[in-house]
Design a protein around this ligand. Structure first.
Ligand code: GSH
Length: 218
């Protein structure tokens, strides 16, 4: 399989499937296509029908959109148990991934992912604060209801943790203060080997993409 991704510092959508594959030791070839100043990845035409990243190429065919990628990987590797085992809990996991996938627009635009930077006082708008409150509510509820078997949302690692990993980095970039349960969960995500590897690589990147830098200039 080939996973086409954008800049590790900026591309939150790319981070999710990459962390999922790496954390589960699923082999793949990484193809990186960096963003231009407009925040769009260059040179994706041979891979991506939407010209967006991420794209996973399986047997020569593209799977685009991060949620479709994660679902396809879960189907290809049932033994990895990438969703929670119980159907009832799986419904919750799918719902919170879908909520992340289609929501939190205010957080996304006011607190763009920028792993190597620190903007402690930035990005607080009434709407982004509401998004943060809702994320804290999700994390707290999952940890309390389903987290007994480990440190993550459903105990052990699942697609849901890969989905919320970029938010964990945003909370660090913008110094968001979290209540204890959420803070502990964020620490556990940061400690995942795949998350560390992605973040280390992000910090080594030097490209400055103005479209993703609302709080800094070149
Ligand atoms: N819903 C898509 C979103 C993908 C997306 O917007 N990717 C960004 C980079 S993080 C992109 O390629 N943007 C280029 C564009 O909008 O043309 C997914 O989940 O994969």
């Amino acid at each position: 399989m080939k996973l086409v991704i954008g800049n590790k510092n900026y591309s939150s959508w790319s981070m999710r499937p990459w962390v999922l594959l790496r954390q589960e030791d699923i082999p793949f070839e990484e193809v990186q296509r960096k963003f231009g100043d407009d925040g769009k990845p260059k040179g994706t035409e041979p891979y991506s029908p939407t010209r967006k990243v991420p794209v996973l190429i399986i047997d020569g065919e593209p799977v685009w959109d991060s949620l479709a990628i994660c679902e396809s990987v879960a189907e290809l590797y049932p033994d990895k148990k990438l969703w929670p085992a119980s159907a009832e809990v799986r419904r919750v996991a799918r719902s919170i991934c879908a909520e992340m996938h289609s929501g939190f627009q205010a957080l996304r635009s006011a607190m763009t992912m920028n792993i190597r930077s620190r903007h402690p006082d930035k990005g607080r708008t009434p709407e982004s604060k509401k998004d943060i409150e809702r994320i804290v509510e999700i994390w707290t509820s999952c940890r309390n209801r389903f987290g007994a078997g480990g440190e993550l949302l459903f105990g052990g690692f699942t697609i849901a943790d890969a989905y919320y990993a970029p938010v964990v980095t945003r909370f660090e970039t913008y110094a968001v203060t979290l209540p204890p349960v959420a803070q502990k969960y964020a620490q556990a995500v940061r400690a995942l080997p795949a998350v560390r590897e992605w973040c280390d690589a992000a910090r080594r990147e030097t490209e400055f993409v103005p479209a993703d830098e609302p709080y800094a200039s070149r």
